[in-house]
Ligand binder design. Structure first.
Ligand SMILES: [Mn+2]
Length: 541
């Protein structure tokens, strides 16, 4: 997806999910050495997660960037409410995830440059996490807990989050105190004295009167320096996210038909994501047809697509935290019109030149400069603009951003380095009413690939998705791998299968259940049932 701001995109991605509040304080249930690796929730199903060693090495890399006598403090992302008692599906803060691998909320990690002594014990890092809680875990799944955090994720020393407030860390002893500005939309769960709200409150109280240099920007710069160069272990996951996304684009090309609403195109894409194990979309899928092809971050996806529409499909699967970002522009009826082809080929030429210029040592904005020049020339030649200064009317975003744990990933925007992954995504958008010949109106084209900078030159990681006019038109004539509509076949309605229990009474008149009410008692009303059983309300579900 294109980014509006050159240096930062504030895209917030909030998939929808369920969550229930906790039930108050419960006794801690710590894992034994044997239990820890087997009971933790998500961590046992996937065998290709980032390793504990990866996160350890990233924490060491952060220490290496910090001057002597430094400490870094990073909080987990807040849980965000969707409505009433339903929260958005939780997504960890990418910096916190990069350094810990922990995907749970209400946590904070403290990383010391040099080991420090607290109460006679030496620490190089501390993490404070949600305690295990059997009653909450019935609702929301197993937690890592203190033992799991140490044993599975390999953090040196973990404590319960409720201990953070009074843990005797003297933040005043450090020359440099690094932390990211805590989120200001954190909710307070009054029943949980260890929640993120409480930890942030105590931390701010401890540090805001300290004389040591506090510059909230510094830690984000250090993290950007680390995150902009991908390690081989990260590249495995990023390549996987990109491969899944490429397959989704191909499947869309093979199945797109006039009459299909944008949301059906979205369904095809996201089916392929989930089918292949991607946990989420890295950002809300953009499937914009016709006039919506000219809206850069269009995510409504409700319009029925018609034959002479172009469809901009800007999508990215997120796999174990890493997100792809690949855009193709398709003619809904499988054939580009003359005008569409002209605009498409200008963007394609601009993208090819941009990719070619994505070389180590070139400036971050070189691909943008190169692509802009070609787009300007193309628009001038076709009389769509009268002078080059008007190019921004139809190409209003940057050509590149870093890609990784965030779709608009952290980076320093300095010279391109081996290990950087960037997008190259020029576009031309001509909305209805633009000051040019109406034959160009409602043509929006964006072509985006994900590019790894190597010492030998750019490697296009999303190269398996066709992008020339001829290749796209050809693929759109073929069948897909997953979604193969067959109009001759009527839908099969399944009879629900009800299992038969041989020992169960065959008829309820045979044996009344033990708790059956006497015949003469009135059946309890709904209100009566609820008020009779306080436990029934406990779950809030
Ligand atoms: Mn993008």
């Amino acid at each position: 997806m294109p980014s509006f701001l050159r240096f930062l995109s504030l895209l917030v991605l909030l998939p929808i999910g369920w969550s229930f509040s906790s039930f108050g304080q419960e006794p801690e249930l710590n894992l034994t050495q044997e239990e820890a690796p087997t009971v933790v929730n998500d961590y046992r199903y996937d065998t290709d997660l980032l390793s504990a060693e990866f996160h350890q090495q990233r924490r060491q890399a952060l220490r290496d960037l910090m001057p002597d006598s430094s400490v870094a403090v990073l909080f987990a992302n807040p849980v965000r409410n969707r409505s009433n008692d339903v929260d958005f599906e939780y997504h960890q803060d990418p910096n916190f995830y990069y350094l810990t691998g922990l995907k749970e909320p209400h946590s904070v990690v403290v990383i010391f440059k040099q080991p420090i002594e607290i109460d006679g014990q030496s620490y190089s890092e501390l993490v404070f996490v949600q305690p295990r809680n059997p009653r909450s875990e019935v609702w929301t799944g197993k937690r890592m807990g203190v033992a799991g955090t140490e044993q599975v994720l390999g953090l040196e020393k973990a404590y319960e989050n409720i201990d953070f407030a009074h843990f005797p860390i003297d933040f005043g002893q450090f020359s440099n105190l690094y932390y990211l500005t805590p989120q200001n939309d954190v909710r307070d769960d009054g029943r949980d004295l260890g929640d993120l709200y409480s930890m942030v409150k105590h931390f701010v109280r401890k540090v805001d009167t300290l004389p040591n240099g506090i510059d909230p920007r510094q830690l984000s710069d250090l993290m950007a320096e680390l995150r902009e160069v991908k390690t081989p272990e990260e590249m495995v996951l990023l390549r996987k996210a990109i491969d899944i996304t490429c397959e989704a684009q191909q499947e869309l090309m093979a199945n797109l038909k006039p009459g299909m609403p944008e949301y059906e195109a979205e369904a095809i894409v996201e089916y392929v994501f989930k089918k292949n194990g991607a946990e989420y979309q890295g950002f809300p899928s953009i499937l914009g047809g016709g006039e919506n092809s000219c809206i850069l971050h269009y995510t409504t996806n409700r319009k029925p697509l018609i034959g002479n529409n172009l469809l901009v499909s800007d999508i990215g699967a997120e796999y174990h935290g890493y997100t792809a970002d690949v855009t193709r522009t398709l003619p809904v009826d499988g054939r580009f019109s003359k005008e569409e082809k002209i605009i498409y080929n200008i963007v394609l030429a601009a993208q090819a030149a941009g990719i070619k210029s994505a070389k180590a040592g070139n400036r971050f904005w070189t691909p943008h400069r190169v692509a802009s020049r070609i787009i300007t020339q193309g628009l001038l030649e076709n009389g769509i603009i009268g002078q080059s200064s008007e190019v921004g009317r139809y190409f209003m975003h940057g050509t590149s951003h870093y890609l990784g744990l965030d779709v608009h990933d952290a980076g320093l925007f300095g010279p391109l380095k081996p290990g950087n992954v960037i997008t190259v995504e020029p576009g031309i958008y001509i909305p209805e009413g633009s000051p040019c010949d109406p034959k160009w109106w409602n043509i929006g084209v964006r072509i985006e690939d994900d590019v790894l900078i190597t010492a030998k030159g750019p490697e296009v990681l999303s190269a398996c998705v066709p992008k020339t006019v001829k290749e796209i038109e050809q693929l759109m004539q073929q069948s897909g791998k997953y979604v193969v509509p067959n109009p001759d076949k009527s839908p099969v309605l399944m009879e629900p299968e009800i299992p038969d229990y041989p020992n169960a009474p065959k008829d309820k008149s045979e044996t009344p259940p033990e708790n059956a009410l006497p015949e003469e008692s009135p059946a309890p009303g709904k209100e009566q049932l609820e008020s009779d059983d306080p436990e029934a309300e406990d779950g809030e579900g």
